[in-house]
Design a binder for this molecule. Structure first.
Ligand SMILES: Cc1ncc(C[n+]2csc(CCOP(=O)(O)OP(=O)(O)O)c2C)c(N)n1
Length: 594
């Protein structure tokens, strides 16, 4: 049967057909839909892990037991999972183990553009990179064969365009190989120094040698020779992988020959030498870093890569056409109209808005240490209420470090606030909170609990009471957790961020606190389906007679508010959260439909 599928849907299907029985993932663009799709299949255990390290180790445990398993994450997730991944890479893999990393050239939703192919080189594992949805499915199945045959983890790298583009896929049957026996054997599974020392040479001499041989002979790597010369110019050869292969083919068609690499680590050295010897001019086309190119140059082969193709950002057919053929992109449609800029913004009715509106008042006398989630948008105009954001879980730890440096500098001019969402708190905020109470840090942590993992599109988490399949799950209570982390009863406040006065008072207490202090702002995400339904008739409306055009309400940055001589509220966008009602100094806005 043939179906139109995104790469992520096809990866999930491939895992299902390959007989995966246990899978764990933490959401993150562009990987999220892999688990969302996989969890729809019957007869599998799928789960949202609390973070990527957990997902990787859950998969490692299932693999040791003999099951086929995968962990999925976005590229920066592999930094979190790296300890487990690098160590499990020394084990003798039992059940097939695949770690899917979804990288993000051009950082559409990420803080960096790291190229995770290096993790395979670093961890001495196999690396696979598909170029379209059919390959996403087929390569997934092959990944499990490789993992079990060569007793290695397989790093499976995709990028945004492969994950999210749709193409036709032939789907097949699910075949579940029997779960392998688990035989106790410390030399395979207990990496203490004596065992690791014995294992390392095996990885170099047996695993990597076997994989290199495989790489030179497998169907994942293929040469496509084309004889048609380009204007009688010397013959062009292109070595490429991933989505860049599609772009190169679109631009050069049969005016070039290709070595398409789907099995990327170890590289097919013999194929590369043979291909290079047959063409006059050799290009290496790969997004992000010169991962393939550097290794080919180290083989002493002359080629052109990052001298002409950029390291930064995403490739496109237009970009390759310009570099390879000197053809500038032509605009097919011209207009003098300028679309207004639409910077990212907290949604209308977002519960984070009230907090940031009040917190912004402290920006000159506080360090506002942010984290990663919808609330990172608190940094944007007009709220401007964040100083920094490092990585997931970095808010509390960063605020603690800032505070300790403040103490040494005897600088009392800035109170330290840490801001973190509920999912991020479970992900890696808890350890930071324990660290800050243990080390007696007078920081105030604000946990923005909107009862969902908002930014990545509403995934359940340990605080929501549901599993990835929507099944009931125990609720991990954030408040008890904070107390268990060392926050005293009197140093914890829970507040509704729709209530501006209560939020203001809580922040004042947090600002004045001299001990580790926590404020939990509790209000569900406005886009949760039951909340949309519940608040469907709740609106805020402006009385134009009373509106004095002072624009005070606009300072909360709500996209439902417009100014047309006077404030007007978009009835469709507004959910009657009432933040603007409380801000208006002239009582010109009122709530209706409650
Ligand atoms: C290491 C890592 N994993 C995953 C992500 C993707 N990601 C960005 S924000 C976010 C979740 C934020 O949820 P929450 O903390 O509940 O805040 P909300 O967006 O709901 O306000 C995730 C999973 C990431 N940026 N980094």
């Amino acid at each position: 049967m043939k179906i139109l599928m995104t790469g992520n849907e096809a990866i999930a299907r491939g895992a299902y057909e390959a007989g995966v029985t246990v899978a764990s993932a933490y959401p993150g663009t562009p990987s999220t839909e892999i688990m969302e799709n996989f969890s729809q299949y019957e007869g599998v255990h799928s789960e949202w892990a609390v973070n990527e390290k957990v997902a990787c180790e859950v998969a490692a445990g299932a693999s040791i037991r003999g099951a086929r398993t995968f962990a999925a994450m976005k590229h920066v997730g592999l930094n979190v999972a790296a300890d487990g991944f690098m160590s499990y890479a020394y084990h003798v893999t039992n059940g097939g183990f695949v770690l899917i990393t979804a990288d993000e050239p051009n950082m559409h939703s990420s803080q960096n553009e790291q190229d995770n192919r290096y993790f395979a080189l670093f961890g001495k594992t196999a690396l696979i990179e598909p170029s379209d949805s059919q390959e996403c499915l087929d390569f997934m199945k092959e990944a499990f064969e490789i993992s079990e045959k060569y007793e290695t983890p397989v790093l499976y790298r995709v990028t945004t365009r492969t994950c999210h583009s749709k193409s036709i896929v032939s789907i097949g049957e699910r075949i579940v190989p029997p779960i392998k026996n688990y035989v106790k054997d410390p030399r395979k599974n207990l990496m203490v120094p004596a065992n690791s020392r014995a294992r390392h040479p095996e990885i170099e001499d047996i695993r990597l040698a076997g994989l290199r041989e495989y790489s030179n002979n497998c169907a994942l790597n293929r040469i496509e020779y084309n004889n048609k010369a380009l204007d009688n110019a010397p013959s062009i050869g292109i070595i490429t992988s991933g989505i860049a292969y599609q772009y190169a083919k679109e631009v050069m068609g049969d005016n070039a020959s290709y070595l398409k690499i789907g099995f990327v680590n170890p590289l097919p050295d013999k194929m590369i030498r043979e291909f290079a010897s047959k063409v006059d001019k050799l290009y290496i086309i790969e997004e992000n870093d010169p991962f393939i190119e550097t290794q080919i140059k180290a083989m002493g082969i002359e080629c052109i890569g990052k001298e002409v193709f950029p390291i930064c950002g995403e490739y496109s057919p237009e970009l390759l056409r310009e570099v390879l053929l000197g053809v500038k992109p032509s605009c097919t449609y011209e207009t003098k109209l300028q679309a207004p800029a639409r910077p990212p913004v907290l949604c209308a009715g977002c519960p984070h808005r009230g907090l940031f509106f009040e917190l912004g008042k402290y920006k000159n006398k506080a360090y506002l240490s942010g984290d990663i989630g919808c609330y990172t948008l608190g940094a944007m105009n007009p709220l401007n209420a964040l100083d920094s954001t490092i990585c997931m879980g970095g808010a509390i730890t960063g605020a603690h470090g800032f505070e300790k440096a403040n103490e040494i500098a005897n600088d009392k001019s800035m109170k330290c606030f840490a801001l973190i969402g509920d999912s991020t708190f479970f992900h890696s905020g808890i350890t930071g909170l324990i660290n800050s109470t243990y080390n007696n840090s007078a920081i105030t942590t604000i946990i923005l609990d909107n009862s969902i993992t908002g930014m990545t599109g509403h995934q359940e988490n340990p605080g929501t009471g549901k599993t990835v399949n929507g099944q009931p799950a125990p609720v991990v209570d954030i408040i008890s957790l904070c107390h268990a982390c060392g926050i005293k009863k009197e140093n914890l406040l829970v507040v509704d961020p729709y209530d501006i006065k209560a939020t203001r008072e809580a922040l004042k207490k947090g600002y004045e606190a001299t001990e580790p202090f926590v404020i939990v702002t509790k209000r569900e995400c406005a886009l949760l389906k039951p909340i949309i339904k519940k608040r469907a008739n709740m609106k805020s409306i402006v009385d134009p007679e009373k509106c004095r055009s002072c624009k005070a309400c606009l300072r909360c940055g709500c996209p439902a508010l417009m100014f047309e001589g006077k404030t007007r509220i978009d009835n469709d966008a507004c959910n009657g959260c009432g933040v603007c009602v409380q801000i208006c100094p002239f009582d010109a806005i009122e709530k209706v439909g409650e």
